[in-house]
Design a binder for this molecule. Structure first.
Ligand SMILES: Cc1cc2nc3c(=O)[nH]c(=O)nc-3n(C[C@H](O)[C@H](O)[C@H](O)COP(=O)(O)O)c2cc1C
Length: 183
């Protein structure tokens, strides 16, 4: 399905990061080349080793890291990517992207790609964060610039309570990727 397509997957520090390896696996199954970047804090939730093993590529975390055999710095990523998927996307990264902040590899990559590469954001957060008008405003700002969103959806959240804030299902994310890439 995604033969000859390169997807950059940005993983940020939400509990739904445990689903990121499944996204990688499904993209690989569909023949995409997958390059994973992570925030420092995302490594508290999921190890780079898991994502490296499944993507069959090195995972980049630090903006100033050297020593990757592949060039994973943000400009090189922008040249290679057919799509940037941010899943899960924290309230923090959405805020940074909306404000044009570029202080780590993930936010710098988003800023670099925003005008040239389609971006799909899958927010995941507690319902109180999602309902915060500041977060909603940030989402609206990004939508206005053409950034695509999928979810969040209603369901059981990390604290066990039901609410709006759960990351969209992996299948839904994949079908959005397909839709965006087919344009
Ligand atoms: C256990 C735990 C779970 C968290 N889950 C989420 C979450 O689902 N969504 C979110 O926006 N922030 C969540 N946070 C807060 C983020 O980790 C925090 O805002 C962090 O600074 C985000 O960093 P990043 O955006 O650079 O990855 C969680 C924090 C903890 C300690």
């Amino acid at each position: 399905m995604f033969t000859d397509r390169t997807a950059v997957l940005a993983v940020t520090a939400g509990i739904a990061a445990y689903k990121s390896p499944i996204i990688v696996r499904e993209l690989k199954k569909a023949n995409a080349e997958v390059l994973v970047i992570m925030t420092e804090r995302a490594t508290e939730f999921i190890t780079p080793l898991t994502l490296e093993t499944l993507s069959q590529n090195p995972v980049a975390i630090g903006l100033f890291d050297r020593g990757n055999t592949w060039s994973l710095e943000h400009v090189a990523l922008a040249d290679r990517a057919d799509i940037l998927i941010v899943a899960p996307a924290t309230a923090n990264i959405i805020g940074k992207a909306a404000a044009g902040i570029a202080d780590d590899l993930v936010s710098t990559t988003i800023l670099t790609m925003m005008s040239s590469v389609p971006i799909l954001i899958a927010p995941a957060m507690n319902n109180r964060m999602w309902e915060n008008p500041v977060v909603r405003n940030n989402v609206a700002t990004l939508k206005k610039t053409g950034v695509h969103f999928t979810g969040p959806v209603e369901g059981t959240l990390a604290d066990g309570r039901a609410g709006m804030g759960r990351m969209a299902d992996v299948n839904e994310i994949l079908s959005m990727v397909e839709k965006i890439l087919s344009k």
